[in-house]
Design a protein around this ligand. Structure first.
Ligand SMILES: [Zn+2]
Length: 349
């Protein structure tokens, strides 16, 4: 019995290490084979994203008029309409029936936490070669509303992500207009009720417009316009969370794109599985990751105005927000245009 056990475990070790080698060789090949797509076009259209436009959008989106955009309240509906109007003005279509942009969520879905109906906003650019496959870029549109007569403006959280998403969409639209449609579709997904418990993104994955099997990845943007205390002296940074958790290739692509174009210091502190902040589980990308869809969460970390009425547009670093938005645009471009779809090598069953 002992011997048998020994033999069995020896065989297991052998098989284990052998397949591991194969796996790592395969992954190494993936890394070598990443071919950066269309670099001059990427730079050209990334440069349509500007600090001036970010400034304009965030001063409007995080203004008094939207009353802190509390999910289900009048200010949030206004914010959703603002986003919808932006897409209509820029002739960027919605993938929803009748081009209606708003994905309605009845109040029952919110389990009593939100008292009214709410909505996500969806727009997209259709892919030329694989229109059924989709790269999602997401950002939540809601925030904390009004408390004790004080408006929680949420300029960074998440005016910054919203503005990035709008300008990234505009950049893809400009490319499309010039005849450069992406190979795969790109969905611009603005979700509601993130602050109440990631409800809008949960609703989307339960009611997806593109099948989850054909959802290549989710690039989620939540707070990218500020600098946290740790990086005060070197603000050329961005936290990336999740990039290697489900797809090693996604992590390599993300790094390669950054090294090629922007050289931002990508900080993986919060990607540590033992990190106590647990940010991996705390924004909308997690609803995709749960379904084995690879994600990257882009985040500047928390700061002294986090979840306070003082998170206002004057404190956003617009040049930095622009640079970070360009990186996300370039990453999405690569994922939408490379020949083969992204490989998921670490799916959890
Ligand atoms: Zn947020």
């Amino acid at each position: 019995m002992k011997i048998l056990l020994y033999l069995f475990s020896a065989a297991f070790v052998l098989v284990g290490s052998c397949s591991q080698t194969k796996h790592s060789v395969k992954i190494e090949k993936l890394k070598e084979n990443i071919k950066i797509e269309d670099s001059s076009l990427v730079i050209k259209y990334a440069n349509t994203i500007t600090a001036k436009e970010h400034n304009k959008i965030i001063y409007e989106f995080a203004s008094k008029e939207f009353l802190g955009r509390e999910a289900g309240e009048i200010g949030q509906h206004k914010a959703a309409d603002y986003i919808k109007d932006f897409y209509i003005k820029n002739e960027i279509k919605s993938p929803l029936d009748n081009n209606q942009y708003l994905q309605f969520i009845e109040k029952d879905f919110f389990e009593g936490i939100i008292k009214n109906d709410s909505e996500n906003v969806l727009a997209f650019i259709e892919g030329k070669e694989h229109p059924e496959e989709v790269i999602i870029i997401s950002a939540h549109l809601d925030h904390l509303g009004v408390e004790n007569n004080e408006i929680y403006y949420g300029a960074d959280d998440n005016g910054s992500g919203t503005s990035a998403l709008l300008q990234i969409a505009q950049a893809f639209k400009a490319a499309e207009t010039d005849g450069y449609k992406p190979k795969r579709s790109i969905l611009f997904l603005h979700v509601t009720a993130e602050e109440n418990g990631l409800y809008g993104s949960r609703f989307y994955v339960k009611n997806p417009v593109f099948t989850l099997e054909n959802t290549i990845c989710d690039l989620n943007i939540d707070m990218i316009g500020r600098v946290d205390a740790i990086h005060k002296d070197n603000k050329n940074y961005l936290y990336l969370i999740g990039s290697d958790r489900l797809s090693t290739e996604l992590h390599y692509i993300s790094e390669r794109v950054n090294n090629k174009y922007y050289n931002i210091n990508l900080d993986y502190t919060y990607n540590d599985e033992n990190d106590r902040s647990r940010f991996y589980y705390r924004s909308d990308h997690y609803n995709f990751a749960k379904n084995n869809i690879p994600v990257i969460f882009y985040f500047n970390g928390t700061h002294e105005d986090y979840h306070l009425p003082t998170d206002t547009p004057d404190k956003i670093d617009y040049d930095l927000l622009t640079l970070r938005s360009k990186l996300i645009f370039a990453t999405a471009w690569q994922l939408a245009n490379q020949d083969d779809r992204l490989v998921v090598d670490k799916a959890e069953l």
